[in-house]
Design a protein around this ligand. Structure first.
Ligand code: TLP
Length: 348
């Protein structure tokens, strides 16, 4: 039997750098970035800060380091930070806030990743000798665990206002903030105006091989830069990768709409397969959360079954799997994946 072509829907992190990125990487002018000498990194940082409407920006190796250095830079030991209870910062960053910042995390239940501003307000601590001090509220847009749902602008605004009234900062985990901007049909600044700091990833749907940006006020970015060094993230001739980041920011944002259309196509196709279900309300960007209970098969077993047919995805709840569309899967790949899934489910 000929080998099956792999259709990889595990994450948009699997995207490979485009030929234009590889060319830009080859030609990049570089210097020692710890001395501030790398012209390509400096250009990327300036461009990124401008793009999200902030004073300054710093290039970090990963989204996790971007979020964690931001929390380190906003908080003091013993503070409390508010997060949505399914947030990446809370679920998937290895307890970073406790380990690195010595802060306590206060999770709040959201609906599809969206927190109620009244709940945020109620969770902000009043001054009291017994209480930790609330210093940061984190919002995640798009929200990963809800299946890539978008946090609406009016909700972000309301949370920003509630936080600021209490002297609390807002950090945006905007790993996929450009997906949110495309889905909302707005410039990304419309979103980032409602946060004090933002982390966004160049290495997900935007296809760069690595790297994230943290943007915010100048003095905050200076602290983030120092914490990046502390964590071993002071890189040297890293213009080689920043060059791909510049292509990511300038050329790869608008095409995210294709990934969103492919996610809809995938979700609609899945809903035609008996035993599988997707809530269409949650299909807002490039993720599809597929429920497997109707197959009487749990997520990991369904994942294993489809792996044998060359379709890869992750199981993220006992009876749910996550499929992510991205640059390296086409509409034809989606149709092929649907055919394989329908066949595998029927013949299992
Ligand atoms: N998310 C990854 C996994 O870690 C789950 C994925 O495949 O979706 N914030 C959000 C909202 C993220 O989704 C991620 C990565 C990060 C931060 C961390 O970025 P990296 O992986 O660059 O540290």
């Amino acid at each position: 039997m000929p080998e099956l072509r792999i259709i990889d829907l595990r994450s948009d992190t699997v995207t490979k750098p485009t030929p234009e990125m590889r060319e830009a990487m080859f030609r990049a002018e570089v210097g020692d970035d710890v001395y501030g000498d790398d012209p390509t990194v400096n250009k990327l940082e300036e461009m990124a800060a401008e793009k999200v409407g902030k004073e300054a920006a710093v290039f970090v190796p990963t989204g996790t380091m971007g979020n964690q250095t931001s929390i380190m830079a906003w908080t003091s030991r013993g503070d409390e930070i508010i997060v949505e209870e399914q947030a990446h910062i809370y679920m998937y960053e290895v307890g970073g806030p406790a380990v690195l910042s010595g802060v306590q995390v206060r999770p709040i239940r959201g609906r599809l990743g969206v927190m109620d501003p009244a709940d945020v307000k109620a969770a902000i601590r009043a001054p009291n000798i017994h209480f930790p001090k609330t210093t940061v509220v984190c919002i995640e847009n798009t929200h990963n665990r809800s299946g890539g749902c978008v946090v609406p602008l009016d909700n972000m605004k309301a949370i920003y206002e509630v936080a600021h009234e209490a002297g609390v900062k807002v950090h945006l985990d905007g790993a996929r903030v450009f997906n949110a901007a495309i889905a909302l049909g707005v410039d990304v600044k419309e979103i980032t105006q409602y946060c004090d700091s933002v982390q966004f990833c160049l290495s997900k749907g935007l296809c760069a091989p690595m790297g994230s940006i943290v943007a915010g006020p100048k003095d905050f970015i200076a602290r983030v830069r120092k914490y990046r060094k502390l964590l071993g993230g002071g890189m040297r001739q890293v213009g080689v990768v920043a060059a791909a980041g510049i292509v990511a920011l300038t050329k790869m944002v608008d095409r995210l709409a294709e990934d969103h259309a492919n996610a809809k196509r995938l979700a609609e196709g899945i809903n035609k397969i008996p035993g599988l279900a997707v809530e269409m309300e949650t299909v807002q960007t490039n993720m599809v959360a597929v429920h497997t209970r109707g197959l009487a098969m749990d997520g990991p077993d369904f994942q294993k079954l489809m792996k044998s047919y060359g379709v890869l995805f992750n199981a993220d709840l006992p009876y749910r799997v996550r499929m992510v569309t991205h640059h390296d899967v086409t509409a034809a790949d989606i149709d092929e994946a649907l055919e394989r899934i329908a066949y595998a489910v029927k013949n299992r």
